[in-house]
Design a protein around this ligand. Structure first.
Ligand code: NAD
Ligand SMILES: O=P(O)(O)OC[C@H]1O[C@H](O[C@H]2[C@H](O)[C@@H](O)[C@@H](O)O[C@@H]2CO)[C@H](O)[C@@H](O)[C@@H]1O
Ligand code: MN
Length: 441
């Protein structure tokens, strides 16, 4: 049986150890001969890499391991590039979140002006990684979950149309696990779902069990009362901000009770609520730096110090196993049904054919085959048209170096009240992002 070679781009990510542990837990399904880490921050990556090297030595010493900042070394002889980079790291995420809040506009990693700013940083980083992959391993596939996935996906569609890149998000997977718990199923894999929208901007229109029984009524009854907060959350550690988001899904659902919403719609439908409940001095970036980042790097340092994982609290990122499902679908032509971010091309009949939409696809060795969704309702269509225009304008602004188009993109975001506020935010973002964005004229 063929064993695969994988490079994790963004080796220094807080998610890397959980993903490595997940890959090790799935070696029977997805055999690996080599894992490489690639990052452009040597020092940051080194801490995660040294700890992961020890994990690998303990659990699978036969797997070759290498961590490097040299693209040639990293991207030569690989079958899959698993990409989770964060251009600008948490320091820039903090600014993405705090700058809009100065103007009473919500500050969020992937939504509104913060997501646009992050998109303007990510596009170049992702294109560079695709180019390395195509130069050094032209047959490889890139599985991308770097954010903001909607803007990154549109950029790759427009600027690298022939590249073998699959864009995926874990939010639907995470919510579907909650739905499965709500109806008493072991796992989301016991459900069949239809979902449509843009990334971080979509709705479930049908959920059945494998026997075809409709699960929507039971899930809706729960969401109407509790949002996506599940009974099993009790005793589990979920950060307060995520808990609030899962709870707020109750109000998002009330706006259209014919479907079940993605949690991220709260930012577009209740932006005033989000601003009122934000701390302008301490945002999600601060929560993550004080929480996940400190925890992961602290645990990595302990492993390095004792040269063993004994007592380590690092754990398998179970829900990231969708990445293995995706790699397997390509490697073994499994025809797995998965939600991916793909070019619409008529799958949503009454929506822009060139939009990057998040919909069910059958994934095989040749990539994804999107399933037909038919026509979507006016409410969703209206919201999506506005948002897809924002995403397309951002990519055009990046490609053309256009201030005007970026101003239009921010103005058009449903999270921003006026062109004046959009301009004020944009001017601050330009100053903050001068080391990352192309020059705008
Ligand atoms: N799609 C999803 O559902 C999903 C889920 C979770 C996280 N993410 C994304 O995964 C990414 C990583 O998140 P994190 O919180 O662990 O961030 P992180 O800052 O801990 O890690 C990102 C790493 O990327 C590196 N990096 C930045 N620019 C680079 C470049 N041009 N080339 C190579 N490496 C580069 C950084 O040095 C850093 O080590 C983010 O984009 C995040 O939004 C996506
Ligand atoms: O604020 P962060 O950095 O913790 O999370 C931002 C990411 O949120 C989503 O991923 C969630 C996932 O949906 C949830 O179930 C849980 O497992 O945590 C994940 C990561 O924290 C989202 O899909 C990503 O795109 C965001 O990057
Ligand atoms: Mn996501």
């Amino acid at each position: 049986m063929k064993k695969f070679s994988v490079v994790i781009a963004g080796g220094g990510s807080t998610f890397t150890p959980g993903i490595v542990l997940m890959l090790l837990d799935n070696l029977d399904k997805f055999p690996i001969r080599q894992i490489k880490f690639y990052d452009n921050d040597k020092k940051r990556q080194e801490i995660i890499a040294k700890a992961c090297e020890i994990i690998l030595k303990e659990q699978a010493p036969e797997i070759e391991f290498l961590a490097t900042v040299d693209p040639k070394e990293a991207f030569t002889d690989v079958d899959f590039v698993m990409a989770h980079i964060r251009v600008g790291k948490y320091a820039m995420r903090e600014l993405d979140e705090k700058i809009p809040l100065r103007y009473n506009v919500l500050g969020q990693e992937t939504c509104g002006p913060g997501g646009i700013a992050y998109g303007m940083r990510s596009i170049g980083g992702i294109l560079e990684i695709i180019d390395y992959m195509e130069k050094y391993s032209p047959d490889a596939w890139m599985l991308n979950y770097s954010n903001p996935a909607a803007i990154v996906a549109e950029a790759t569609r427009k600027l690298r149309p022939d590249s073998k890149i699959l864009n995926i998000c874990d939010m639907p997977v995470g919510i579907e696990e909650r739905m499965a718990q709500i109806v008493g199923l072991e796992s989301r894999k016991e459900m069949n779902v239809t979902y449509y929208g843009l990334n971080h901007f979509g709705w479930w229109s049908s959920i059945t069990d494998k026997a075809g029984n409709d699960l929507m009524p039971q899930i809706k009854e729960h969401v109407a009362k509790y949002g996506y907060v599940a009974a099993t959350d009790e005793g589990q550690h979920v950060d307060q901000s995520w808990n609030d988001t899962f709870h707020k899904a109750k109000d998002v659902y009330a706006v259209d009770p014919t479907t079940l919403p993605n949690t991220y719609l709260k930012y577009y439908l209740f932006p005033d609520y989000v601003v009122e409940h934000s701390n302008k001095e301490y945002t999600r970036a601060n929560e993550v730096m004080d929480g996940r980042e400190k925890f992961v790097f602290g645990e990595a340092e302990k492993i390095i110090k004792q040269q063993s994982t004994k007592g380590s609290k690092l754990h398998i990122d179970e829900h990231a196993s969708y990445i293995v499902d995706l790699a397997r679908a390509i490697a073994y032509n499994t025809h797995e049904r998965m939600l991916l971010i793909v070019e619409n091309k008529g799958a949503i009949e009454n929506f822009e054919p060139t939009a990057m939409v998040e919909i069910p696809c059958i994934v095989g060795s040749n990539g994804p085959e999107p399933l037909s969704i038919g026509k979507i309702p006016r409410f969703q269509k209206g919201l999506m048209e506005q948002q897809v225009a924002v995403e397309k304008l951002v990519v055009e602004a990046w490609a053309e170096g256009s201030y005007q188009k970026l101003w239009q993109a921010i103005t058009l975001s449903k999270t921003v009240p006026s062109a004046k506020v959009a301009k004020d935010i944009l001017d601050d973002l330009i100053e903050a992002n001068k080391d990352y964005w192309p020059e705008l004229n």
